[in-house]
Ligand binder design. Structure first.
Ligand code: DX5
Ligand code: ZN
Length: 216
Protein backbone atom coordinates (compact mmCIF):
# COMPACT_ATOMS: atom_id res chain seq x y z
CA UNK A 1 0.00 0.00 0.00
CA UNK A 2 1.36 3.40 -0.89
CA UNK A 3 2.09 5.99 1.78
CA UNK A 4 -0.51 8.72 2.20
CA UNK A 5 0.85 11.89 3.77
CA UNK A 6 -1.45 13.97 5.99
CA UNK A 7 -0.77 17.69 6.19
CA UNK A 8 -3.11 19.29 8.76
CA UNK A 9 -3.94 22.94 8.09
CA UNK A 10 -3.32 25.22 11.04
CA UNK A 11 -5.84 27.67 9.59
CA UNK A 12 -8.33 26.07 11.98
CA UNK A 13 -5.93 26.16 14.95
CA UNK A 14 -6.21 28.32 18.06
CA UNK A 15 -3.55 30.91 17.19
CA UNK A 16 -3.18 31.92 20.82
CA UNK A 17 -1.88 28.41 21.48
CA UNK A 18 0.01 27.82 18.26
CA UNK A 19 2.98 26.05 19.88
CA UNK A 20 0.78 23.51 21.69
CA UNK A 21 -1.36 23.09 18.57
CA UNK A 22 1.63 22.31 16.35
CA UNK A 23 3.21 19.99 18.93
CA UNK A 24 -0.11 18.17 19.30
CA UNK A 25 -0.22 17.59 15.54
CA UNK A 26 3.33 16.28 15.57
CA UNK A 27 2.55 13.94 18.46
CA UNK A 28 -0.64 12.70 16.80
CA UNK A 29 1.23 11.58 13.68
CA UNK A 30 0.96 14.44 11.19
CA UNK A 31 3.42 14.05 8.30
CA UNK A 32 3.68 17.76 7.44
CA UNK A 33 2.16 21.00 8.71
CA UNK A 34 0.17 23.00 6.16
CA UNK A 35 0.48 26.78 6.53
CA UNK A 36 -2.15 28.83 4.65
CA UNK A 37 -0.76 32.26 3.80
CA UNK A 38 -3.44 34.68 2.52
CA UNK A 39 -2.98 38.30 1.50
CA UNK A 40 -6.53 39.70 1.21
CA UNK A 41 -5.95 40.23 -2.54
CA UNK A 42 -5.53 36.86 -4.18
CA UNK A 43 -8.20 35.55 -1.80
CA UNK A 44 -10.75 37.47 0.29
CA UNK A 45 -9.11 36.64 3.63
CA UNK A 46 -5.92 37.52 5.51
CA UNK A 47 -4.06 35.06 7.69
CA UNK A 48 -0.35 35.30 8.51
CA UNK A 49 3.09 35.64 6.97
CA UNK A 50 6.76 34.89 7.53
CA UNK A 51 6.97 35.64 11.29
CA UNK A 52 4.42 32.94 12.12
CA UNK A 53 6.11 30.42 9.82
CA UNK A 54 9.40 31.21 11.56
CA UNK A 55 7.78 30.64 14.98
CA UNK A 56 6.24 27.34 13.92
CA UNK A 57 9.63 26.25 12.56
CA UNK A 58 11.03 26.55 16.09
CA UNK A 59 8.24 24.40 17.63
CA UNK A 60 8.31 21.28 15.44
CA UNK A 61 10.65 19.22 13.28
CA UNK A 62 7.94 18.28 10.76
CA UNK A 63 8.29 19.62 7.22
CA UNK A 64 6.40 22.89 6.71
CA UNK A 65 4.11 22.84 3.68
CA UNK A 66 3.53 26.51 2.89
CA UNK A 67 0.56 27.31 0.61
CA UNK A 68 0.93 30.86 -0.70
CA UNK A 69 -2.42 32.39 -1.62
CA UNK A 70 -0.85 35.74 -2.44
CA UNK A 71 -0.52 37.91 -5.56
CA UNK A 72 2.90 37.82 -7.20
CA UNK A 73 4.41 35.31 -4.76
CA UNK A 74 7.86 35.81 -6.32
CA UNK A 75 8.15 38.89 -4.08
CA UNK A 76 8.19 36.73 -0.94
CA UNK A 77 9.56 33.30 -1.87
CA UNK A 78 13.02 34.03 -0.51
CA UNK A 79 11.63 35.26 2.80
CA UNK A 80 9.41 32.21 3.30
CA UNK A 81 12.36 29.98 2.49
CA UNK A 82 14.48 31.78 5.09
CA UNK A 83 11.62 31.54 7.61
CA UNK A 84 11.82 27.73 7.42
CA UNK A 85 9.36 26.56 4.75
CA UNK A 86 10.34 23.17 3.28
CA UNK A 87 7.85 23.13 0.45
CA UNK A 88 6.51 26.32 -1.10
CA UNK A 89 3.38 26.14 -3.25
CA UNK A 90 2.31 29.00 -5.49
CA UNK A 91 -0.89 29.44 -7.51
CA UNK A 92 -0.61 29.35 -11.30
CA UNK A 93 -3.24 32.15 -11.33
CA UNK A 94 -1.22 34.43 -9.03
CA UNK A 95 1.64 35.58 -11.26
CA UNK A 96 2.74 36.16 -14.85
CA UNK A 97 6.13 34.67 -13.91
CA UNK A 98 5.22 31.12 -12.96
CA UNK A 99 8.33 29.42 -14.34
CA UNK A 100 10.70 31.97 -12.79
CA UNK A 101 8.93 31.72 -9.43
CA UNK A 102 9.17 27.91 -9.38
CA UNK A 103 12.85 28.17 -10.30
CA UNK A 104 13.36 30.66 -7.49
CA UNK A 105 11.81 28.25 -4.97
CA UNK A 106 14.23 25.55 -6.07
CA UNK A 107 17.16 27.96 -6.12
CA UNK A 108 16.37 28.59 -2.43
CA UNK A 109 16.84 24.84 -1.86
CA UNK A 110 13.13 24.14 -1.32
CA UNK A 111 10.59 21.85 -2.98
CA UNK A 112 8.30 23.67 -5.38
CA UNK A 113 4.53 23.18 -5.56
CA UNK A 114 2.06 24.55 -8.11
CA UNK A 115 -1.63 24.95 -7.33
CA UNK A 116 -4.84 25.25 -9.37
CA UNK A 117 -8.11 26.77 -8.16
CA UNK A 118 -11.32 24.78 -8.84
CA UNK A 119 -12.02 26.52 -12.16
CA UNK A 120 -8.48 26.24 -13.53
CA UNK A 121 -7.83 23.12 -15.64
CA UNK A 122 -4.74 21.09 -14.70
CA UNK A 123 -3.71 21.28 -18.36
CA UNK A 124 -2.62 24.87 -17.64
CA UNK A 125 0.32 23.39 -15.77
CA UNK A 126 1.71 21.53 -18.78
CA UNK A 127 4.10 24.35 -19.80
CA UNK A 128 5.76 24.13 -16.36
CA UNK A 129 6.30 20.35 -16.33
CA UNK A 130 9.64 19.50 -14.75
CA UNK A 131 9.75 22.75 -12.78
CA UNK A 132 7.64 21.56 -9.84
CA UNK A 133 7.77 18.71 -7.32
CA UNK A 134 4.11 18.77 -6.34
CA UNK A 135 0.71 19.66 -7.82
CA UNK A 136 -1.94 20.97 -5.40
CA UNK A 137 -5.53 20.57 -6.53
CA UNK A 138 -7.94 22.86 -4.67
CA UNK A 139 -11.20 21.11 -3.85
CA UNK A 140 -12.82 24.33 -2.54
CA UNK A 141 -12.43 27.98 -3.57
CA UNK A 142 -9.34 29.08 -1.64
CA UNK A 143 -9.84 31.52 1.21
CA UNK A 144 -11.62 29.76 4.04
CA UNK A 145 -11.64 26.50 5.95
CA UNK A 146 -14.78 24.50 6.58
CA UNK A 147 -16.21 24.55 3.04
CA UNK A 148 -17.86 21.69 1.18
CA UNK A 149 -15.70 19.44 -1.02
CA UNK A 150 -16.19 20.00 -4.77
CA UNK A 151 -16.45 16.56 -6.45
CA UNK A 152 -14.94 17.92 -9.70
CA UNK A 153 -11.56 17.70 -7.92
CA UNK A 154 -11.59 13.90 -8.24
CA UNK A 155 -11.38 13.94 -12.04
CA UNK A 156 -8.70 16.64 -11.90
CA UNK A 157 -6.59 14.43 -9.64
CA UNK A 158 -6.88 11.58 -12.15
CA UNK A 159 -5.82 13.88 -15.01
CA UNK A 160 -2.92 15.33 -13.01
CA UNK A 161 -1.69 11.84 -12.18
CA UNK A 162 -1.54 10.99 -15.89
CA UNK A 163 -0.04 14.28 -16.96
CA UNK A 164 2.57 14.57 -14.19
CA UNK A 165 3.45 11.04 -13.00
CA UNK A 166 6.66 12.22 -11.34
CA UNK A 167 5.05 14.89 -9.15
CA UNK A 168 3.43 14.40 -5.76
CA UNK A 169 -0.31 15.15 -5.82
CA UNK A 170 -1.89 17.08 -2.97
CA UNK A 171 -5.54 17.99 -2.39
CA UNK A 172 -6.87 20.77 -0.17
CA UNK A 173 -10.37 21.70 0.94
CA UNK A 174 -13.36 19.92 2.45
CA UNK A 175 -11.52 16.70 3.18
CA UNK A 176 -12.95 14.34 5.78
CA UNK A 177 -12.83 10.55 6.09
CA UNK A 178 -15.42 10.12 3.29
CA UNK A 179 -13.99 12.55 0.74
CA UNK A 180 -10.47 11.32 1.59
CA UNK A 181 -11.41 7.90 0.27
CA UNK A 182 -12.47 9.40 -3.08
CA UNK A 183 -9.23 11.33 -3.56
CA UNK A 184 -7.01 8.45 -2.42
CA UNK A 185 -8.72 6.18 -4.94
CA UNK A 186 -8.04 8.84 -7.60
CA UNK A 187 -4.32 8.77 -6.80
CA UNK A 188 -3.60 11.61 -4.37
CA UNK A 189 -0.44 11.39 -2.22
CA UNK A 190 -0.87 14.25 0.25
CA UNK A 191 -4.08 15.23 2.01
CA UNK A 192 -4.61 18.63 3.60
CA UNK A 193 -7.34 18.83 6.21
CA UNK A 194 -8.28 21.64 8.55
CA UNK A 195 -11.60 21.24 10.30
CA UNK A 196 -11.65 17.44 10.13
CA UNK A 197 -8.46 17.29 12.23
CA UNK A 198 -8.30 20.48 14.27
CA UNK A 199 -11.89 20.53 15.49
CA UNK A 200 -12.19 16.99 16.81
CA UNK A 201 -11.25 15.57 20.20
CA UNK A 202 -9.04 12.73 18.89
CA UNK A 203 -6.71 14.12 16.24
CA UNK A 204 -4.74 10.90 15.87
CA UNK A 205 -7.89 8.96 15.10
CA UNK A 206 -8.99 11.65 12.63
CA UNK A 207 -5.68 11.35 10.77
CA UNK A 208 -5.84 7.56 10.76
CA UNK A 209 -9.37 7.71 9.39
CA UNK A 210 -8.30 10.10 6.64
CA UNK A 211 -5.47 7.76 5.68
CA UNK A 212 -8.01 4.94 5.57
CA UNK A 213 -6.21 2.98 8.27
CA UNK A 214 -9.31 2.48 10.42
CA UNK A 215 -12.70 1.25 9.40
CA UNK A 216 -14.61 2.67 12.40
C1 DX5 B 1 -8.41 27.04 2.07
C2 DX5 B 1 -7.13 26.50 2.61
C3 DX5 B 1 -7.23 25.16 3.21
C4 DX5 B 1 -8.17 25.05 4.39
C5 DX5 B 1 -8.70 23.66 4.46
O1 DX5 B 1 -8.15 28.14 1.27
O2 DX5 B 1 -6.15 26.43 1.59
O3 DX5 B 1 -5.94 24.65 3.55
O4 DX5 B 1 -7.58 25.36 5.61
O5 DX5 B 1 -9.64 23.59 5.48
P1 DX5 B 1 -10.78 22.47 5.51
O6 DX5 B 1 -10.10 21.14 5.56
O7 DX5 B 1 -11.55 22.79 6.74
O8 DX5 B 1 -11.59 22.63 4.23
ZN1 ZN C 1 -4.19 25.36 1.93
Amino acid sequence: MRKIFVSPSILSADFARLEQECKSLEKCGADWIHCDVMDGNFVPNITFGMPIVRSIRRCVVLPLDVHLMIERPERYVRQFAEAGADLITIHVEATDNVAETLELVRACGKKAGICVKPNTPVEELIPYRGLFDMVLIMSVEPGFGGQKFLPSAVEKIRSAKQLFPDALLEVDGGINRDTAKLVIDAGVDVIVAGNAIMNVSDRKQAMDQIRGNVTL
